[in-house]
Design a protein around this ligand. Sequence first.
Ligand SMILES: [Zn+2]
Length: 337
Amino acid sequence: MTLQIAEVSTNSKAHEPRVCWARQIRQTRAVAGSIKSASSAQPGAGWIPFHPNPRKPGYRLPVGAVDAHCHVFGPAAEFPFAPERKYTPCDAGKDKLFALRDYLGFTRNVIVQATCHGKDNSAVLDALRTAGNRARGVADIPANISDAELRSMDEAGIRGVRFNFVRRLVDTRPQEFYLDIVERIKQFGWHVVVYFEAQDLEGLTPFLRSLPVTVVVDHMGRPDVAKGIDHPNFRRFLTLMEDMPNLWSKVTCPERLSVTGPPYNDVVPFCGEVISRFPDRVLWGTDWPHPNMTTHAPDDGELVDFIPKIAVSVTQRRKLLIENPMRLYWPEEGIGQ
Ligand SMILES: [Zn+2]
């Protein structure tokens, strides 16, 4: 009898998150439906919205910590999603992002243009203007952008451009397209953020080596964690970091890379390796509101609790959370120089 109760209880607990997500998806759809006159956007089928009530992290972030990779989606009624987008998310605007920043204990954000907004950076720019000195941004721009537009983006807090080479998310372009953009942004001291998958690194390496600016790789180049840290693809990435002093890595998104799921312990060795070898060139971020998750909505409090597992010393955590992002995004403040 006791055993049966235990089994029932375990099962119901195991299924609890799924029920919760399903409910939230239904709620989000209902809300989106109710404002249909103001916006035609509804989350795509199977879209998993961000966690509705993340836990308070047990790990207390140091004052000045930067969430150096997050996004805003819309809200679509104000900032419509791009017609060429490959996914339609739920709304996740600046107010929610800043509330999460304060709840988790971050001081600042770096907001990265999401592909659902294409090359219209209005939602990010609006968030940056609201946050003032507490946020910087990374944009997605066309090569024919005017100098005046670039200057106005720089004034709003944009400090980099993102090149996305993940084919399921965007249509990629010839290398000249990207090199033209780099030529344009160099004058502002901006850097380049690149997003690609592990199997594409070899082909991209000559291009990455040719870039005359700081290059930040999203999510460690998305290693296949099931293959272990000794797999040639991950070794190739580490070797490139060794060879290129201008190459940085975000040690982010364990929730995407993990095979075993929360608390993402199978990703720890990968982040730990990058941080211990390149402590001055790593960044950390929540990736809220977690675009295109296929299995679950991560608990952002749990993600913060992942940090001390990968950055095991006070010095590593100070560099990861404060000194490195400050050097890249707020160099005028002289922290971490
Ligand atoms: Zn992201």
